[in-house]
Design a protein around this ligand. Structure first.
Ligand code: FE2
Length: 352
């Protein structure tokens, strides 16, 4: 992801300059508390997104073609965008926040940034466990265990705890603990099993590291193929992206590693949240309905290797070959509450 906020789509406007003149109602009303932005029917939707995938741009174009609603996108890292949403809270520029990692829902809610919406369509598209007040999941990505095919019997590993077994000493690779994917993984263990157990797990994995954590998820897969270890923690969609890569080296890595979906596989949720007092509430809901409908779900699954959340959507290969697996049950709205504990544990066990 890019370090700085970047304007992503060609048709972007400077949001601060307002593509629509709706911030002040034209007629003066009373001097009571400021009314929420009046319902605005301009065919515009302002999206802040921390997703950074090609398929997203196709989705924006498709949404515009179908609805006539122009999308202005501000892309950035999640924390930077959240900081901006907080700063703009009284006069929000964004209508929706599209992001990865359900762990931010808690913070958005605490800061009063998430609004609410009603849509029978979204409710019908997405199972209740993957949506909540003001937000809906769009896709999921499983955080799984990659193994070197020639060297590991995949049936010998059935849980995340297996990564802590002495037999894997010096064989486990993972990216640094500051990665939001690892933070959310450990936060989910804190949420479900408590601090002590989560710490035991993190200690066990750290003790088994084959090297000091570095690089991204794909680098872990490359490193185990290069012989730096035998097992790696990574998101399933990176495997798909490597398999479909134009780089033959990445294809080779994908062919050399298999994925184990452990019991209660942790899933990283990508979700869209509606911003409180957004100017284009109706358009925001239309966008949520669009993203959760079969066609968009199918595009995300096929082109980005993610899992659709709409049960009507056919899961493409290779994801289909990994099913069925049992996703971890976790309260997505509360996950973020446990991030502080996760960070503390990583520090204590020495997971760099
Ligand atoms: Fe990612």
């Amino acid at each position: 992801m890019r370090k700085t906020l970047a304007l992503a789509v060609a048709a972007v406007v400077a949001l601060g300059m307002s593509a629509c003149n709706s911030s002040a109602p034209s007629e003066e009303t009373t001097t009571e508390a400021p009314t929420p932005a009046a319902a605005n029917t301009d065919p515009v939707l302002n999206v802040y997104s921390s997703r950074h995938y090609d398929v997203d741009k196709e989705l924006y174009d498709k949404f515009k073609a179908e609805s006539g609603i122009e999308i202005n996108v501000v892309e950035g890292k999640g924390p930077e965008l959240i900081e901006r949403l907080v700063r703009e809270k009284d006069q929000p520029e964004a209508d929706v926040f599209l992001t990865v990692g359900a762990e931010s829902i808690w913070q958005l809610r605490e800061e009063g940034i998430l609004g609410s919406y009603q849509s029978e369509t979204v409710d019908a598209n997405i199972p209740a466990e993957y949506r909540g007040d003001g937000w809906t999941g769009v896709s999921s990505r499983a955080r799984v265990i990659a193994y070197v095919k020639d060297e590991v019997d995949p049936s010998s590993i059935t849980s995340y705890n297996d990564l802590t077994k002495p037999e894997w000493n010096g064989q486990v690779l993972a990216r640094p603990s500051k990665s939001s994917y690892n933070q959310a993984l450990l936060a989910s263990f804190v949420a479900n099993d408590g601090v002590e157990k989560a710490k035991e797990w993190a200690q066990g994995v750290t003790d088994n590291f084959g090297r000091t954590p570095k690089g991204n998820d794909r680098d872990q897969a490359k490193a185990i193929v290069a012989g730096e270890g035998k097992l790696a923690i990574m998101n399933s969609y990176y495997w798909v992206r490597m398999k479909n890569s134009s780089d033959p080296e990445e294809q080779k890595v994908a062919d050399s590693v298999g994925l184990i979906f452990p019991e209660d596989t942790h899933v990283n949720l990508s979700y869209v949240g509606v911003i409180a007092n957004a100017k284009h509430q109706e358009n925001a809901v239309k966008f949520m309905e669009f993203l959760t409908a079969n066609e968009a779900q199918s595009m995300i699954a096929k082109e980005n290797g993610e899992f659709p959340l709409n049960p009507q959507t056919e899961v493409p290969e290779p994801q289909k070959s990994w099913m069925p697996f049992k996703p971890q049950k976790v309260d997505f709205e509360q996950l973020g509450k446990h991030l502080a504990d996760a960070t503390k544990i990583f520090g204590e066990v020495g997971w760099e």
